[in-house]
Design a protein around this ligand. Structure first.
Ligand SMILES: Nc1nc2c(c(=O)[nH]1)N[C@H]1C(S)=C(S)[C@@H](COP(=O)(O)O)O[C@H]1N2
Ligand SMILES: [Mo]
Length: 419
């Protein structure tokens, strides 16, 4: 349409609420499809379809009634938070978060055979093998057990991308997320089935197209492992394993089997496809297997690529976590690793959970590189990329190096892991 042309169908003047009950409502370009009732003492109750109200041209929010209370909340149309979908995984926009909990719809996703649709009423969990009382549990049976909640991170052991300067935190480390998980402790449930003292492992099997199976060492899993049916206060999302998943705190994400349908006890590991073809790391001329704990890691999420940095005060911000316990410190370097100073860590600092760190710094505008380095309660210090590569030439699993951002004089912020 040429400029000045009038679309005969467009309403030029905004009808008042009293004069019409059908209008076009265009909010920031997004069509809001909702129906609501306006209670008006003079004109009675008018049903108005929001998707048909026209408020184009009105920008003062005090001059038009806002949206009524709805059935579900929404994110501001100005906040463009998105997962970054790759064929096999979606990465979480960690540079856009301000808190320790990952909004559920922005939790990273990793599916080996897609997201199955499971009817919770059809759902059954079979526990069998080396047990005296094999049992099938319905979801409602599991919900009757004493429950517990815990805030934990979940990270894929393949959570690394590097080697280029045009990478965002989401690309480098977006396969970690944190939720409050609610469910039943494995220790509670396993008492019900009478586990044979000779049983040392159990198989966890998912009901997705990948039929994901992993062997879990019983003595270590029983301490903290959970079967969870809720995430951040509501039922699990389908992408996170609805209606039931395993959560093994601090361990590589792969073993926290989603859409769980079967647990089988045994005296030896099962050597499933996923734990032999993958999820093993070449170390020298040996292979490391069942390397379950995720080592301490941190990443600066601000300033980061593709943001721009401005000379002056900068609050450097980021995330740190460890699968071996609590983070006890994060050090920051603003001179490319020559000197280090402690960052402030946001409370509460939880075991096996993301923490946020902050470090106030005044940038003089000269080119430099900022880095973060996490230390956990075992005393483990996050290694440099070269230190890690020296022992693991051939793998990017469990790759948790210190990484840096180079601040250019023109304000560009570029990723660096070449040190
Ligand atoms: N059944 C099943 N469980 C699974 C997977 C899967 O593909 N199928 N992916 C695993 C992998 S590799 C990871 S990293 C985590 C990812 O969990 P999320 O998608 O909830 O973030 O789930 C694990 N559990
Ligand atoms: Mo994973």
């Amino acid at each position: 349409m040429k400029e000045g042309d009038k679309n005969p169908n467009s309403k030029q003047a905004l009808p008042t609420l009293e004069s019409s009950n059908r209008r076009k409502f265009l909010l920031g370009g997004a069509a809001v499809a909702a129906t609501f009732l306006i209670k008006n003492s003079l004109f009675g109750t008018v049903q108005t379809s929001l998707s048909e109200m026209d408020i184009s041209g009105i920008s003062d929010p005090t001059k038009l009634p806002g949206l009524p209370p709805g059935e579900i909340g929404s994110r501001s149309v100005y906040e463009n938070l998105k997962l970054l979908p790759l064929p096999a995984s979606s990465r979480s926009p960690i540079q856009d978060f301000h808190g320790m909990i990952t909004p559920s719809d922005l939790h990273f996703q990793r599916h080996h055979g897609g997201v199955p649709e499971i009817d919770p009423n059809q759902f059954e969990l079979l526990i069998h093998g080396m047990v005296s009382k094999p049992k099938v549990f319905k979801l409602k049976d599991l919900k009757k057990f004493p429950s517990t909640s815990r805030i934990l991170f979940l990270e894929c052991s393949g959570n690394y991308q590097g080697g280029r300067e045009d990478l965002s935190p989401q690309q480098v480390a977006g396969m970690t997320s944190q939720s409050e998980w609610t469910g039943v402790m494995l220790s509670t449930l396993f008492r019900e089935v009478g586990v044979d003292p000779k049983a040392k492992w159990f198989l966890a099997e998912g009901s997705d197209a990948a039929v994901m199976t992993r062997s879990v060492p019983l003595d270590r899993a029983i301490k903290e492992g959970m079967l969870v049916y809720a995430q951040n206060g509501e039922a699990l999302r389908p992408e996170q394993g609805y209606p039931l998943r395993l959560i093994l705190p601090g361990w590589e994400g792969n073993i926290s089997v989603k859409w769980l349908r079967r647990i089988e006890f045994s005296d030896a590991p099962f050597m499933t496809r996923e734990e032999t073809s993958k999820y093993t790391e070449p170390v020298g001329n040996k292979v490391r297997q069942f390397s379950l704990e995720m080592d301490a890691r941190s990443i600066i999420t601000y300033p980061s690529y593709p943001q721009r940095a401005e000379k002056g005060y900068i609050e450097i911000k980021g995330l740190a976590w460890s699968g071996r316990g609590a983070i006890i410190g994060v050090d920051i370097s603003t001179d490319g690793g020559k000197s280090w100073n402690p960052a402030v860590i946001q409370q509460p600092v939880l075991d096996k959970a993301h923490v946020r760190f902050r470090y106030l710094w005044k940038w003089d505008g000269r080119e430099t590189e900022i880095r973060s380095r996490a230390v956990d309660q075992t005393g483990y210090v996050q290694p440099t990329p070269k230190q890690l590569l020296a022992v693991r030439e051939n793998t990017r699993y469990h790759f948790n190096p210190v990484t840096g951002w180079i601040l250019k004089r023109d304000g560009r912020v570029l990723f660096n892991d070449d040190f």
